[in-house]
Design a binder for this molecule. Structure first.
Ligand SMILES: Cc1ncc(COP(=O)(O)O)c(C=O)c1O
Length: 500
């Protein structure tokens, strides 16, 4: 292939720097696409009339900085994931957006400058062993039971597929969810308080509408879940990050202003994995009561708790009706199902139903009908019990592999959910560098300002990485940890065997 470079022999920058910069710019502007081959150094040097060494050194620097990669005798290729994408949260949506800010006419047209949620690697560039957070095991989906119910529901659908349904959700499903939340999350809920949504993201959008968030101060954990941060930001909010420590959100740091909204993930903080202590839960509820504020509790992965009894949700402890609870089936069943729910205080259930009808008039009937029966018949509880055993075993295996390979494993967030936070041994490179090195070895592991997480002010610790273990088989976890070790310190000893 040809590369046309325009080099200034009288310029202040060296020829090598000019070659580097021009190739880098072509890559960043998308003129050289990921995976594209570059001309051999000798050919490019001839065309650009510079010494071969100039091109070789410029290529070396592009390799070092991650823009291109050498594939031995096949030559140089543009990297599949660029360093700028790797380190910018959410990556770049398209060539016209930079850091989520729309350029020129686009902003006038759309009036929206939000970032896409949870986008990091294009599908062709996902690492072979990806510890991406919160992915259920695809082989665990209860396909047979689902198919059986689905075929039956479809045959008996009557008017259900041709008429509008209840915007707040199918009654059977709302009842099933309310019944599930009693024993599972300590919540005494009437089904009218349950609004079925398209996953948590839709639930958060519903809450934003319901609470008219544009005019209220918003407090959010730092670091936090990208889906919530980007949504609040896209609605024009100034977000107020509140730091998280080993006991969760530092509630004492919440201002005493009236009428605020705080977003929390108390069961398994995203991304650090810590649990909001009981003392802080009570303090947070008291703060909400005293400041007439609202708490959004995102309880995304609490179906999975391995050690000890389930924790009562904030909504279960709430006596002042200040908690809006967001639940999802994205972790327990699968994100592709796009089903979740919001539980609102009784006093706003009609308003929530009306808001939902304005947004999209409810969720597809068939999916709701199948899920309702799946829960009612006890199949959901059986599925959860089965998946808990699988995920617990994967978590244990990950811990064993890390311990044996690195001589110890400093982990947080192990008692539940689908991911852990890992602090590599002292003397290891910073987390963002480990992430990059691991990626090159085919392993996806994520710093706290990366993947699906957001860090507002660069204060998230750069010596912790998060690993989602739920979608990786134990044999793959083993291989991934060996590669991770090579990425951090060199070849790993062959010593992590399955724990019984
Ligand atoms: C904190 C948090 N909330 C919610 C979700 C699930 O989002 P949804 O239900 O929209 O798929 C995730 C998924 O990763 C998450 O990490």
């Amino acid at each position: 292939m040809e590369l046309s470079l325009v080099l200034d022999t009288n310029g202040s920058a060296t020829l090598q720097a000019q070659v580097f910069e021009q190739v880098r710019t072509m890559i960043l502007e998308g003129r050289l696409k990921p995976g594209k081959g570059l001309p051999p150094s000798r050919l490019l040097a001839e065309r650009a009339q510079v010494s071969r060494n100039t091109v070789v050194l410029a290529y070396d620097r592009l390799v070092d900085e991650g823009y291109i990669e050498s594939r031995g005798t096949a030559g140089m290729f543009v990297s599949l994931v660029l360093p700028d994408d790797l380190m910018s949260i959410g990556g770049r949506a398209d060539g016209d957006r930079q850091n989520g800010v729309a350029k020129n006419g686009e902003a006038d047209l759309l009036g929206f400058d939000g970032l896409p949620v949870g986008v990091m690697y294009p599908s062709h560039a996902r690492p072979k062993y990806d510890f991406w957070l919160g992915r259920p095991d695809a082989n665990g989906y209860p396909v047979r039971a689902w198919r059986r119910i689905l075929v039956r529901k479809l045959a008996a659908s009557g008017f259900s597929l041709t008429e509008y349904g209840e915007p707040a959700g199918l009654e059977e499903l709302r009842v099933a969810i309310a019944d599930h939340l009693g024993p599972a999350r300590g919540m005494a809920v009437d089904h009218k308080q349950v609004i079925v949504t398209s996953g948590s993201q839709d639930g958060l959008n519903l809450i934003c509408r319901l609470c008219n968030v544009t005019h209220r101060p918003i407090y959010i954990e730092n670091p936090c879940y990208q889906g919530a941060a980007y949504l609040f930001k896209s609605l024009g909010h100034k977000l107020n990050p509140i730091p998280v420590d080993d006991h969760g959100l530092i509630v004492d740091n919440l201002p005493r202003d009236q009428g605020g909204i705080v977003y929390v993930t108390p069961s398994h903080q995203y991304p650090t994995g810590v649990t909001l202590s009981l003392e802080r839960r009570m303090k947070l509820l008291k703060w909400a009561e005293e400041t007439s504020s609202v708490i959004i509790e995102d309880d995304y992965d609490s179906d999975f708790r391995y050690d000890g009894p389930p924790l009562t949700s904030l909504a279960g402890l709430d006596r002042g009706h200040r908690v809006l609870y967001v639940g999802t089936f994205s972790k327990s069943l699968g994100a592709g199902l796009r089903l979740g729910y919001v539980v609102v205080p009784k006093c706003v259930s009609d308003a929530a139903r009306n808001a939902k009808s304005q947004m999209n008039n409810g969720q597809p009937w068939l999916d709701q009908a199948v899920l309702a029966e799946f829960i009612e018949t006890g199949a959901f509880d059986r599925h959860l019990r089965r998946m808990r055993l699988i995920y617990k075993s994967r978590r244990d295996h990950l811990r064993t592999c890390l311990e044996k390979t690195f001589g110890g494993a400093d982990l947080k967030g192990e008692s539940g959910g689908l991911h852990v936070a890992w602090r590599p041994p002292e003397g290891s490179p910073p987390a963002h560098e480990i992430q990059q090195r691991a990626y090159k070895k085919g392993v996806g592991i994520y710093a706290l300002n990366s993947g699906g997480a957001h860090d507002f002010d660069g204060t998230a610790s750069d010596d912790v990485l998060v690993l989602g273990y739920s979608s990786l088989k134990e044999s793959d976890i083993e291989k991934a940890v060996k590669r991770l070790h090579q990425a951090v310190v060199g070849p790993a000893p062959d010593q992590c065997k399955k724990v019984s």
